[in-house]
Design a protein around this ligand. Structure first.
Ligand code: NAD
Length: 515
């Protein structure tokens, strides 16, 4: 958060020469944590320590929850039009600071500047959508359900909600959460990824500048302990999580055991089925873009291609196109992909590539030994392609989350569908074909929550919801769209009677029935 005004405002003078500490946000104040334990936020291209993120103390966490609880009664009673206007202002401020936000994301996360702008933009769209909350939150009304009696339903905010974020979209994912939650009238505790917390702080600054009252949005940093505190705290009513399956299933069970609502978006293994009648150029371009964009660190990355029949011969051209991508520091204007998030992530990805080779896959393109001039210590991996991959290989069963594309083959469309449907994940799947009948069959039979037809799986726009399924999602109500509003609101049904009742009608103890 180098360009943030809080980077200097909160930095005690004793820390001169040291990386700035990322502040918590509690009750409207950006406060340096008292914790002596912190984690370095490292630029993945240079290994420079950008900032330090504290492991928030339990006392500070409780103070954040207290602030959110205190802010709730007046915020829930603030007219929805006022809450919307803050979102209108927020979207304007995000546009104003788009470049600063993108630079922060590239510095902390590594993706290219253009991709970082997209990260911010896809979150911005959720803010824009929240500007229509008055309509989105509308209830229903049926008049005269019985003589002189009407029934209506209203959607009310829940209270204090919390969100726990992954590293790969430092702006978009916080923006999937708090704008919808607070515009519905809730107050919020955000726990950014400890790997790239800067964008969350910058977005919170903008939300405050837009007029969000103190305590409506709070931020606490840390890892497992603060996440467990969120799951356990009785004052928190709902938890939104995006990240890995290990963390997501833990959070889902721990928070729901405490009676909270949970929406948990998790890992993926997104497949593309390529039929021989597909448009050659457009398909290869889509596979390369979705396989290697953001160095494969997107939950919607296409990580596996199933070539059906004759389309197998396209592998060579796929390799040619992947080879031509430029791997560089994300700030370089011509970079196609930047580094992966950490040394550990690089090692894990390289081990999975090696396991694929040991298990009999053919290495068509090897990005493991790439050296980027000027950034020799960066966590770079070049585009890597493994062919002849089989479903029982470790590299197929695990989510790799790096610039690695696996190629499989099927003799028939049926066989390809079967391969994809047997995978435990269900985030997304795409088909490339010029046959309408094949596309329709795919859409009907594929067991994935988000389907692409001649497009690599796009993140749905905010008037729809992000609808991962199977092992990629736990919970009932998805992120944003109608489901997102339902997640952050409790439905209340009211039955009212307004009529002149004749006296002396007596008492009936029978079950009331509609007359
Ligand atoms: P991660 O699970 O390691 O971390 C996510 C968050 O959970 C972080 O804030 C972290 O501090 C916390 N956390 C991690 N381990 C924990 C534990 N044991 N107990 C409590 N809290 C814990 O995920 P990541 O590496 O930051 O993100 C990558 C993952 O996120 C990938 O699996 C990717 O597919 C997934 N993802 C999914 C979606 C989606 O919408 N389905 C979107 C983006 C990313």
């Amino acid at each position: 958060f180098g360009s943030s005004r809080f980077s200097t405002a909160t930095e005690p003078s004793s820390r001169h020469g040291q990386p700035p500490r990322v502040p918590n946000l509690i009750g409207g104040a950006f406060i340096d944590s008292k914790s002596s334990s912190c984690i370095d936020v490292i630029n993945p291209a240079t290994q420079e320590v950008v900032s330090q993120v504290p492991l928030t103390t339990n006392e500070e966490f409780k103070a954040a929850v207290h602030a959110a609880k205190k802010a709730f009664p007046s915020w829930r009673n603030t007219p929805v039009t006022t809450r919307q206007r803050i979102m209108f202002k927020l979207q304007q401020l995000i546009r104003r600071d788009m470049d600063k936000l993108a630079m922060n994301i590239t510095t902390e996360q590594g993706k290219t500047l253009k991709d970082a702008q997209g990260d911010v933009f896809r979150g911005l769209e959720v803010v824009e959508h929240s500007c229509g909350m008055g309509t989105l939150q509308m209830g229903e009304y049926v008049s005269n359900v019985s003589s002189g009696i009407d029934t209506y339903s209203v959607r009310e905010p829940l209270g204090v909600c919390a969100g726990i974020c992954p590293f790969n979209f430092p702006a978009m994912i916080p923006l999937w959460m708090f704008p919808v939650a607070v515009t519905c009238g809730n107050t919020f505790i955000l726990k950014p990824s400890e790997k790239d917390p800067g964008a969350s702080i910058m977005l919170a600054e903008l939300a405050i500048e837009a007029g969000l009252p103190d305590g409506v949005l709070n931020i606490v940093h840390g890892t497992n302990d603060v996440v467990n505190a969120i799951c356990d705290d009785d004052n928190i009513r709902a938890v939104s999580f995006v990240g890995s399956n290990t963390a997501g299933m833990h959070i889902y069970s721990r928070a729901s055991a405490k009676g909270k609502r949970v929406q948990s978006n998790m890992g993926a293994k997104n497949h593309a089925i390529v039929l021989a009648d597909a448009s050659f150029d457009a398909t290869l371009n889509a596979l390369v873009a979705a396989g290697f964009g953001a160095a494969g660190q997107r939950c919607m990355a296409l990580s596996t291609v199933v070539f059906v029949g004759e389309s197998k011969s396209w592998e060579d051209k796929l390799v040619e196109r992947a080879q031509s991508l430029k791997v560089d520091c994300g700030t370089k204007p011509d970079a196609d992909l930047g580094p992966v998030i950490s040394k550990q992530a690089k090692e894990r990805i390289c081990n999975l590539i090696q396991s694929g080779i040991s298990d009999g896959a053919r290495l068509l393109l090897d990005g493991r030994n790439i050296v980027v001039p000027g950034y020799e210590h960066g966590n770079f991996i070049g585009p890597t392609i493994l062919a002849d991959v089989k479903p029982d290989m470790e590299c197929y069963k695990e989510e790799i989350f790096g610039p690695v594309l696996l190629c499989m083959q099927a003799n028939s469309f049926e066989e390809a569908l079967d391969i994809v449907n047997r995978n435990k994940y269900g985030n997304g799947a795409s088909i490339f074909t010029t046959s309408g009948a094949a596309a329709r069959k795919f859409q009907t039979e594929i067991e994935a929550g988000q389907v692409g037809i001649n497009v690599p799986i796009p993140v749905p726009l905010p008037f729809f919801s992000f609808t991962g399924s199977k092992a990629s999602f736990a919970g009932d109500l998805n992120f944003y769209g109608k489901a997102g509003v339902n997640f952050y609101t409790q439905i209340k049904t009211v039955t009212q009677q307004w009529k002149d009742l004749p006296s002396g009608t007596g008492v009936s103890l029978a079950m009331p029935t509609s007359q």
